[in-house]
Design a protein around this ligand. Sequence first.
Ligand SMILES: [Zn+2]
Ligand SMILES: [Zn+2]
Length: 53
Amino acid sequence: METKCTLCRHTIPDRSLQRWCACGWCMDPNCDRNHRSFCPVHGSERWIGAVEL
Ligand SMILES: [Zn+2]
Ligand SMILES: [Zn+2]
């Protein structure tokens, strides 16, 4: 069973790398982090106090 990342549509090779967000998207860890700025669930409050490039 292969799962595709909702954000970049790449296949996630390892199920342990899947990240199910509360918004319903399934992503790899990198895309999970990247999508949070526009995620309807996490929104921008996640960014308070966080400094990221
Ligand atoms: Zn991805
Ligand atoms: Zn999300």
